[in-house]
Write a protein that binds this ligand. Structure first.
Ligand SMILES: NC(=O)C1=CN([C@@H]2O[C@H](COP(=O)(O)OP(=O)(O)OC[C@H]3O[C@@H](n4cnc5c(N)ncnc54)[C@H](OP(=O)(O)O)[C@@H]3O)[C@@H](O)[C@H]2O)C=CC1
Ligand SMILES: Nc1nc2c(c(=O)[nH]1)N=C([C@H](O)[C@@H](O)CO)CN2
Length: 239
């Protein structure tokens, strides 16, 4: 049984780099995308199962889960990558912002993990190896964020779900998190913001997606690590 790896929000940036990495390794890959970027077309041409999913409503989450189950009977891993880095300054309706952050960063992974565990168990029973769930959280789980309060709280909820799901699903499914700080800038980030951000870590670099790929590969290759969060933050906690 060649069980696929599911990566959510893989139409661009880190999720796309992950999809390309596992595709190159000959691994079956399923991705979700919200916007059909050109990169999604290319992934589809390369044999990746690309499922449209908008996790901004409960119905959208449930629709995706039903579509996923129509595409596969097993999963080697689920990588919860889909995310929206929204701030209070740009979202005056704070109640709506809070709901949106919690839905994309906590409710979506929660419902997928609750309703798709059977697919992960099918992989474990066929292979004898534990399946994997990986949550992409954020360094701000440790510190909070005065400019992204709802975002940070929702990533904190996802960090806590890592511990709960690890205990719930062990030993057949391992559940871990990767907690990045700066990995890649956004195109609209100006020079002042980039310079300020680079100074926040000891390493002082924009490391790129390979750092996340390396961290997730470590988790997928382990048969022992579970319930943990790998910080990928350039020593920001010591600055
Ligand atoms: N980039 C960085 O430096 C850092 C990243 N992280 C975390 O790493 C992960 C990947 O980061 P990055 O690649 O920058 O992520 P992006 O900001 O590029 O978002 C990834 C994808 O999530 C999708 N998405 C957003 N909202 C929804 C939704 N409601 N329904 C479905 N899909 C949605 C987006 O779709 P669309 O293409 O339609 O917009 C996008 O393609 C995220 O979890 C992020 O929080 C943490 C710290 C630093
Ligand atoms: N979904 C996203 N989450 C985050 C992003 C991003 O671009 N998309 N970027 C960051 C920053 O790089 C931050 O870690 C450093 O300023 C945080 N989360």
């Amino acid at each position: 049984m060649t069980s696929p790896i599911l990566i959510t929000g893989a139409g661009q940036r880190i999720g796309l780099a992950l999809a390309q990495h596992y595709l190159t390794q000959g691994q079956k890959v399923i991705i979700t995308y919200r916007t059909r970027h050109d990169a999604v077309e290319k992934l589809a041409q390369q044999g990746v199962t690309c499922i449209h999913a908008d996790f901004s409503t409960d119905a959208g989450i449930n629709e995706f889960i039903n579509t996923l189950k129509a595409h596969t009977q097993s999963l080697k891993a689920v990588i919860h990558n889909a995310s929206s880095w929204d701030c209070e300054a740009n979202n005056p309706d704070h109640a709506k912002l809070f709901d949106n952050m919690m839905r994309i960063h906590a409710k979506t992974p929660y419902l997928i993990n609750m309703q798709c565990a059977d697919l992960l168990l099918a992989y474990q029973q066929a292979s004898g190896a534990a399946a994997d769930i990986v949550h992409l959280t954020d360094y701000v789980v440790e510190t909070g964020s005065p400019k992204h309060l709802a975002y940070a709280a929702s990533k904190g909820a996802l960090d806590n779900l890592t511990k709960s799901f690890s205990a719930k699903y062990a030993p057949n499914i391992k559940v871990n998190a990767v907690a990045p700080s700066l990995i890649i800038f956004n195109e609209h980030d100006d020079e002042q913001y980039r310079a300020k951000t680079l100074k926040k870590s000891l390493m002082g670099i924009e490391p790129g997606c390979q750092e996340i790929i390396n961290s997730i590969d470590l988790l997928l290759q382990s048969q022992y690590i579970t319930g943990r969060s790998i910080p990928v933050d350039g020593g920001r906690h010591l600055k």
